[in-house]
Write a protein of this length. Structure first.
Length: 94
């Protein structure tokens, strides 16, 4: 399972189901502003121009706001429900 580290805004993978930490869930309608898995990874692994472009997307702003709320609520991780396609941020890997 991949979760967003709410403090770092980076994905972390948890392969052992017994070690998945508690996490908050962001589930809503995205419309055309959804951030793909690759776009999310580009926010911290891409070149400077790509990082800037993705961070301007409305979908990324929703993830940032949800991460802040998760931290305020005592959760270190966030699961983003964007499972319309398997390439989206929330891809569950088991």
């Amino acid at each position: 399972m991949r979760l967003i580290n709410a403090a770092l805004l980076e994905l972390e993978r948890f392969d052992d189901d017994t070690k998945i930490p508690p996490y908050a869930i962001l589930s809503h309608t995205w419309g055309g502003a959804e951030v793909s898995l690759q776009q999310f990874l580009d926010t911290y692994m891409g070149d400077q121009h790509t990082r800037f472009r993705v961070k301007q997307m409305a979908g990324y702003a929703k993830i940032v706001m949800a991460s802040k709320q998760a931290l305020e609520d005592g959760y270190a991780y966030l699961w983003v429900d964007t499972c319309e396609h398997r390439s989206k941020v929330c891809v569950l890997v088991r």
